[in-house]
Design a protein around this ligand. Structure first.
Ligand code: ADP
Length: 186
């Protein structure tokens, strides 16, 4: 978890690779559907472009289908889900059914002003439609209102690792591995 631009996607890939499990990014799945012009993409696009969350029913069904795929059987890392309290409950229900458990929640903490700069730069490189300054600010607001409270929920379960997300990518990765008590390869 972490606000938009905290570096979740970058770190998720490395951590998932270490554990040999898929990194499941709801943002990536939505973007792939938008670019393929699927029905799901059509539903999601207007919300994403405005910096709002896609409705829970849509997101929940999509995640449920994804974690039922065979590659997720040994485990999975979720990036960008859950983002609302209702998604937390949904996820609990889903994994009760699949027999998985939540081992850890990694929260990347960053300086919000620094992040606006990072995201605007990413907009230039990747051309993401939701990386304009107004939309970035809105996404930060929505994160604070709807997602930040989830940290407390998971903290009470004793599975939260808060990691400083500022600084070079490799250093952040090392902090995550230290917190999860794993020795990185290479
Ligand atoms: P970031 O981490 O930079 O905010 P993501 O790529 O994770 O961006 O998500 C992009 C957009 O996709 C979000 O702003 C939102 O509209 C939608 N989205 C992604 N995950 C969820 C989710 N769990 N619930 C609702 N909407 C989501």
């Amino acid at each position: 978890m972490g606000p938009p631009g905290a570096g979740k996607g970058t770190q998720a890939k490395v951590v998932a690779e270490h554990f040999g499990v898929p990194a499941i990014s709801t943002g990536d799945i939505f973007r792939a559907n938008v670019s393929r012009g699927t029905a799901l993409g059509k539903k999601a696009q207007e919300y994403m472009d405005a910096g709002e969350y896609v409705p829970d029913e849509v997101t929940n069904l999509m995640v449920r289908a994804r974690i039922d795929e065979p590659d997720a059987e040994p485990g999975f890392l979720l990036d960008g889900y859950p983002r609302t309290l209702s998604q937390v409950e949904e996820l609990d229900g889903m994994i009760r059914h699949t027999g998985h458990e939540l081992d850890a929640v990694v929260v990347l903490t960053v300086d919000p002003d620094e992040i606006v700069g990072r995201l605007l730069q990413r907009a230039e490189v990747e051309g993401r439609a939701d990386d304009t300054e107004d939309v970035v600010r809105r996404r930060q607001e929505v994160y604070g209102e709807q997602t930040e409270p989830l940290i407390g929920v998971y903290r009470r379960r004793g599975i939260v690792h808060e990691i400083d997300g500022m600084g070079p990518v490799d250093e952040v990765t090392k902090r995550i591995f230290d917190a999860l008590d794993v020795v990185p390869q290479s």
